[in-house]
Design a protein around this ligand. Structure first.
Ligand code: C2O
Ligand code: CU
Ligand code: CU
Length: 499
């Protein structure tokens, strides 16, 4: 741990060379003129080296055991698994069906989904939460419906029309969510539309991004007080479980990427070196029209986006970087250098770029709200047995299992105002439905948000406010919380009763 700290200090020292967020390219690095500085090659002193540069694996799929059309049945077992991640070291992780990220669940909208979950995590209850999917409250893996260690339960739900998109699943038990996720439990859940408006020639590449911290002996260490306060960031950023893998594409290709941020706390400010993206989907699926042009996309923990990238006709390599983002950590370092997460090798016979359709989907605005709610994040440092301990609050209170904090009427359109007067950014996530962000307020300025688009997680910058429209269509208990999982677990969560 001392060694790691030493590395962080060295890393911080090297930032002085460039302005934060606009760091200078490292000497000897090549690439487009706007290439960001990346982490110096080689491992942190004394740290573990994970293999890099292997071909990108596609996520293994969860096999559908139902023989019926329109039905998907499978079993997911959460259990410890031993892996060799670093040469000569054994790492014990938690995995769904032996793999991390968990197997990709791919279904079609309209499908009836039945998944039996076996909890073999020793000594800890668990659940599976279907992040972003419109599933009934009692099937949504709430902490109040936990599955004891050694037992199982079956989740079943039907995915309605117009629910296609990139979602994910992860545990949500009271007190163990952060730990179970950073130990490896999380997977992608893709709902395909009956007819995809995007041309199939774009391909479909899921990039499920997580991070991992390993001690020099190869084990995953528990959270420190700093982690509980800031959120845990592992030093190894992984794509589909691999460190800096390589994807080979033909020059000139247009490619569709599904981007998932499954990190506990790391903000991913993603940029393809020298290439702009076209945004085609947010958390809740396709947007109305492709939005051409962003050079980067900020994905906070829990968020997803789909983009299309047109790679030019030249052969060569393009790096997908996670650029530095200052989210206002209260201690420790904000990431100050870009982290290369994926390399794209452009080689072979050139292909012609693919033109996207002008319209992708119809999204109707939710309309005028007839009720309002206000959520306010809060932080508290209390003196604990091991020093200062972080406590997260929403509307002045830490989470309490079983307490109802807010009530919404079924099918009523509400305007939620989420305020963050703290010194750290917090991504708000709401269960049960997708919402439409209408405006943000930052530094006294109100910025309207283009849309409508469907979101289930939205960043609320420190000192800022986000307003969104939402309507819950299913009754029952729903959670809302900061998706920095350490904050959620330390109290930054509340319960909404929809009735
Ligand atoms: Cu992705 Cu309540 O969580
Ligand atoms: Cu969720
Ligand atoms: Cu938070």
């Amino acid at each position: 741990m001392m060694i790691r700290r030493h590395f962080l200090l060295c890393g911080a020292a090297s930032v002085a060379l460039g302005t934060r967020g606009h760091a200078q390219p490292m000497p000897g690095m090549t690439g487009p003129h706007n290439a960001p500085a990346t982490q110096p090659p080689g491992p942190p002193q004394g740290g573990l080296v994970l293999p890099e540069g292997e071909p990108l694996r596609s996520l293994p799929r969860l096999r559908n055991t139902s023989g019926q059309p329109g039905a998907f049945s499978a079993t997911l077992v959460a259990a410890p698994t031993q892996l060799q991640l670093a040469q000569g070291k054994v790492t014990e992780i938690l995995a769904y069906n032996g793999v991390s990220p968990g197997p990709l669940i791919e279904v079609t909208e309209g499908d009836q989904v039945t998944i039996t979950f076996k909890n073999e995590v020793p000594g800890q209850e668990s659940t599976i939460h279907w992040h972003g999917l419109p599933v009934p409250a009692d099937q949504d893996g709430n902490p109040m419906n936990s599955v004891a260690s050694g037992s199982d339960r079956t989740y079943s739900f039907t995915l309605p029309a117009d629910s296609a998109g990139s979602f994910w699943y992860h545990p949500h038990p009271h007190k163990y969510t952060a730990e179970q996720v950073y130990r490896g439990l999380a997977g992608a859940f893709i709902v395909k539309p009956k007819v995809d408006p995007l041309p199939s020639g774009l391909g479909d590449t899921a990039l499920f991004i997580s991070d991992l911290r390993l001690t020099p002996d190869g084990t995953i260490p528990p959270n420190t007080d700093d982690d509980w306060a800031n959120g845990r960031e592992g030093e190894h950023v992984l794509v589909n479980g691999q460190k800096r893998p390589v994807l080979t594409l033909a020059p000139g290709s247009s490619r569709r990427f599904r981007l998932f941020n499954a990190c506990n706390a790391r903000y991913l400010r993603l940029a393809f070196e020298g290439h702009r993206m076209t945004l085609v989907a947010t958390d809740g699926g396709l947007i109305a029209e492709p939005m051409a042009g962003p050079e980067e996309i900020l994905l906070t923990p829990g968020e997803r986006a789909e983009v299309v990238v047109d790679f030019g006709p030249a052969a060569g390599r393009v790096v997908l970087n996670a650029l530095s983002y200052d989210r206002g950590r209260m201690s420790g370092q904000n990431e100050t250098l870009a982290i290369p997460v994926l390399t794209i090798n452009l080689e072979g016979q050139p292909m012609a770029p693919i033109v996207l359709p002008a319209r992708l989907r119809t999204i109707s605005p939710l309309g005028a709200p007839t009720a309002r709610k206000r959520i306010e994040f809060g932080e508290q440092m209390t003196n604990g047995p091991s020093g200062m301990a972080f406590k997260g609050l929403i509307n002045g209170k830490p989470f309490e299992l079983g307490r109802i904090d807010l009530v919404s009427r079924l099918d009523e359109v509400e305007l939620w105002e989420v305020a963050n007067p703290t010194d750290m950014d917090h991504p708000l996530h709401l269960h049960g439905t997708q919402f439409q962000v209408v405006e943000r307020e930052q530094g006294g300025r109100t910025i309207s948000v283009p849309g409508p688009t469907w979101k289930d997680t939205v960043n609320v910058v420190r000192g800022g406010i986000v307003r969104f429209l939402v309507r819950q269509d299913m009754p029952g208990l729903r959670l809302y919380h900061c998706h920095i999982l350490e904050h959620e677990e330390r109290g930054m969560m509340g319960t909404l009763n929809v009735r």
